[in-house]
Design a binder for this molecule. Structure first.
Ligand code: AOS
Ligand code: ZN
Ligand code: ZN
Ligand code: ZN
Length: 426
């Protein structure tokens, strides 16, 4: 299934008058306060977030998985799904592949399909957290950190292969997330595990093309529950520095212990020019991988406030690879992703409204109350008409969820794909 611009324009029609009223109001008010509305709309329109190939089917927990009808069952269908998201939101212009779950069979056909849907290939993700069919060595006790050289070599070779696949697709980054760690005290030697990981990453790094990035993701626990080798941003930062200038830290919002000040981590990494990528999701307890903005939208805004500050003040930090890393147990995965995209854009738009100059003055005057007022003035603004405008100008839907339902997308997918499909992935 493909959604045409005409279909979207038709669905938009009834909402246009109300959009115009609300947009005129907010753009007038903000312009009077000195904001550059056109600049903000352009930034929103250019902000593209990659959809991971594993987020398009219903996820599950170790207690079970409830499938969703019409799910994609191959890579082509996954790209089609991202194409649908992008047509409606104009924000999902990239896809992030997971190897070996989504190895293309016909590269040219896949590339053609992607470009016909206006999609780019963002970071490719390696997988050394599962044993692959016919693999000689097992990752049960770790991959890049394993005490066995043969296991480490197999894991390094896999990552090099993922780079090769990514090159054929036009990707520009490799994301490494390791499950390596230990579940019981005494099980592993921390220093050997870390040294092995550093040496393995350096081997992989040798194969990173000059215009690529190596993104190193951290996570405090799960699937290992006593220790994780790359447990926090400091460890990732250290490893990225050990590898070299093409290696960066990747922040996944769900990979922090409760109440961690993620915005400060973001700010520190950008100051040091080492923030390379971002995985969006939301959580209440751990790596819950819930819809972005569903639990802590204010925290998300504060994170975006630092991202915006960094993008403006830290030329030493490269452009970031943005991705949604969520999992869907009970919602329609596409509706869930639309909600996540909307939440990301909303937090970004609000962060763009923070009056940075006044904030700096208030900080220097130690006017704590005013600092909070400035931040919350931006946060309390209803920016949704700005998001609508950015989408509208690119041919997207004013209200993507409503359009998705009006066009009966899921029913169409069911007709095309049938009921008993299952996407590979987590
Ligand atoms: C795992 O917890 C991480 O968030 C990974 O980024 C990702 O979900 C996994 O690598 C799937 O490929
Ligand atoms: Zn992640
Ligand atoms: Zn995760
Ligand atoms: Zn997560």
């Amino acid at each position: 299934m493909k959604i045409t611009e005409n279909q979207i324009a038709h669905v938009n029609k009834t909402s246009l008058p109300f959009h115009k009223t609300s947009y005129d109001y907010i753009s007038n008010t903000l312009s009077e306060k000195g904001h550059d509305i056109k600049g903000i709309i352009d930034k929103l329109a250019n902000f593209q977030v990659a959809i991971p190939s594993w987020a398009l089917g219903a996820g599950g927990t170790r207690f079970g998985r409830f499938s969703f009808y019409g799910e994609p069952s191959n890579l082509e269908q996954k790209l089609e799904d991202v194409g649908l998201l992008h047509a409606l939101t104009q924000t999902a212009g990239a896809v992030s592949l997971h190897i070996p779950w989504d190895v293309p069979e016909d590269y040219n056909a896949i590339k053609e399909l992607a470009s016909s849907l206006d999609l780019k290939f963002d970071a490719v993700n390696s997988n050394t957290f599962q044993d692959q069919k016919n693999a000689k060595e097992s990752y049960k006790y770790g991959s890049l950190s394993n005490s066995s050289e043969a296991v480490r070599e197999q894991a390094i070779a896999h990552n090099i292969n993922v780079i090769k696949i990514g090159k054929k697709l036009g990707s520009k980054a490799l994301t490494v997330w390791l499950a390596d760690g230990s579940t019981f005290p005494g099980q592993s030697n921390f220093q050997s595990a870390l040294s092995n990981t550093e040496n393995s990453l350096k081997e992989i790094y040798k194969n990173i093309p000059d215009d690529w990035k190596l993104l190193i993701e951290y996570k405090p626990y799960e699937p290992n529950f006593y220790s994780t080798v790359i447990q926090d941003w400091g460890t990732s930062f250290m490893l990225a520095n050990a590898c070299g200038e093409k290696a960066f830290t990747l922040v996944d919002l769900g990979h922090h212990l409760p109440n961690t000040n993620i915005e400060q981590i973001v700010s520190t990494l950008m100051l040091k020019g080492k923030l390379g990528g971002f995985h969006f999701n939301d959580s209440k307890y751990g790596d819950d991988d819930l819809t972005v903005g569903s639990i802590k939208p204010y925290a998300l805004f504060l994170i975006f406030n630092e991202l915006v500050y960094g993008m403006e003040h830290n030329p030493q930090n490269p452009d970031l690879a943005w991705m949604i890393d969520a999992s869907h147990n009970i919602k329609d995965p596409l509706e869930d992703l639309i909600q996540s995209l909307e939440a990301i854009q909303e937090a970004y738009a609000k962060a763009l409204l923070v009056d940075q100059n006044s904030l700096r003055t208030a900080q220097e005057e130690h006017d704590v109350v005013r600092c909070q007022e400035i931040i919350q003035e931006a946060y309390r603004t209803d920016v949704r008409p700005l998001l609508e405008k950015a989408r509208l100008e690119k041919g997207g839907a004013l209200h993507p969820i409503a359009a998705y339902r009006a066009l009966k997308v899921r029913d169409e997918l069911l007709k095309e794909r049938g009921k008993h499909t299952q996407a590979t992935g987590l």
